[in-house]
Design a protein around this ligand. Structure first.
Ligand SMILES: [Zn+2]
Length: 262
């Protein structure tokens, strides 16, 4: 925002990158970002009415990401890397924003019981009432009180992936077993119900009903762009490259040589 990006371009950028990047934990000093967006102004008062994002790039210390908007037809509107792989993933990396990772996956001394136990999820400390979103689209399997988990929701995303959310202060009103949720939809709010020492979200990712580390699990990508759109998509990339270069900057996210030039 300090760079003067329009709010809608900013929101698009974080949504597209949010599938791959955990902005709370993975961003480091020295990482760089770039965007190409168009600005539409009201012809009378000059106010910005929209800021459609066309390209999103990010250079992290160990990874480079670049995604291009492609508005093909109804089925192919979306964001893809330069090889045509969709930016969207089955699950968003972090189902809560503004949170601090307070306990990671693995063996630890339980904060309440004091026993050593396997922690089968990750904990995000966040103020009570912070919205929790569905990490992916799916069907609610459980929603309600579940012993030491307190208020608890489990979502089935597909035949492989489930996610679970515990210790909520409140479950969103339309969330019931059997109801459908969309990725990013608010399902509940952070609390400290059940066996808990303070407001936090306990979050689990299950692969074939077994808990895995949500921070390191390899998340499947969405679809690849349809072959019949590939040529048009490549034209889009070329046009974006040309546009970026005409403004005297370099599209670095797709350029593997950049790491050595800093
Ligand atoms: Zn936990």
């Amino acid at each position: 925002m300090a760079a003067g990006i329009s709010e809608s371009a900013f929101n698009d950028y974080t949504r597209v990158m949010g599938f791959s990047v955990d902005f709370q934990r993975e961003i480091r000093t020295g990482d760089r970002f770039e965007l190409l967006y168009e600005t539409e102004r009201d012809s009378i008062d000059g106010k910005v009415v929209s800021g459609k994002l066309h390209y999103a790039g990010l250079v992290l210390s160990d990874e480079q990401l670049g995604f291009f908007r492609y508005d093909g037809d109804k089925d192919t509107i979306g964001w893809y890397d330069e090889n045509g792989n969709s930016a969207a993933r089955t699950l968003i990396r972090t189902p809560i924003s503004g949170a601090r990772l307070s306990s990671s996956f693995g063996h630890r001394k339980h904060p309440v019981s004091g026993f050593n136990a396997m922690h089968k999820g990750v904990d995000f400390a966040a103020p009570r009432g912070t919205p929790i979103i569905a990490a992916g689209s799916g069907v609610i399997r459980e929603a309600g009180w579940k012993g030491s988990f307190g208020r608890y929701i489990r979502i089935r995303h597909n035949s492989t992936y489930d996610t679970a959310y515990a210790h909520m202060s409140r479950i969103a009103p339309n969330i019931h077993p059997g109801s459908r949720v969309k990725q990013g939809e608010i399902i509940g709010y952070v609390g400290s119900t059940g066996k808990s020492t303070g407001a936090h979200l306990h979050y689990e990712v299950m692969v074939n009903n077994r808990q895995v580390n949500p921070m390191t699990v390899r998340l499947p990508t969405g679809e690849r762009i349809d072959d019949q759109h590939l040529a048009a998509f490549q034209k889009t990339i070329a046009a974006i490259d040309q546009e970026v270069l005409s403004h005297g900057t370099i599209r670095f996210a797709g350029d593997v040589t950049i790491k050595n030039t800093q």
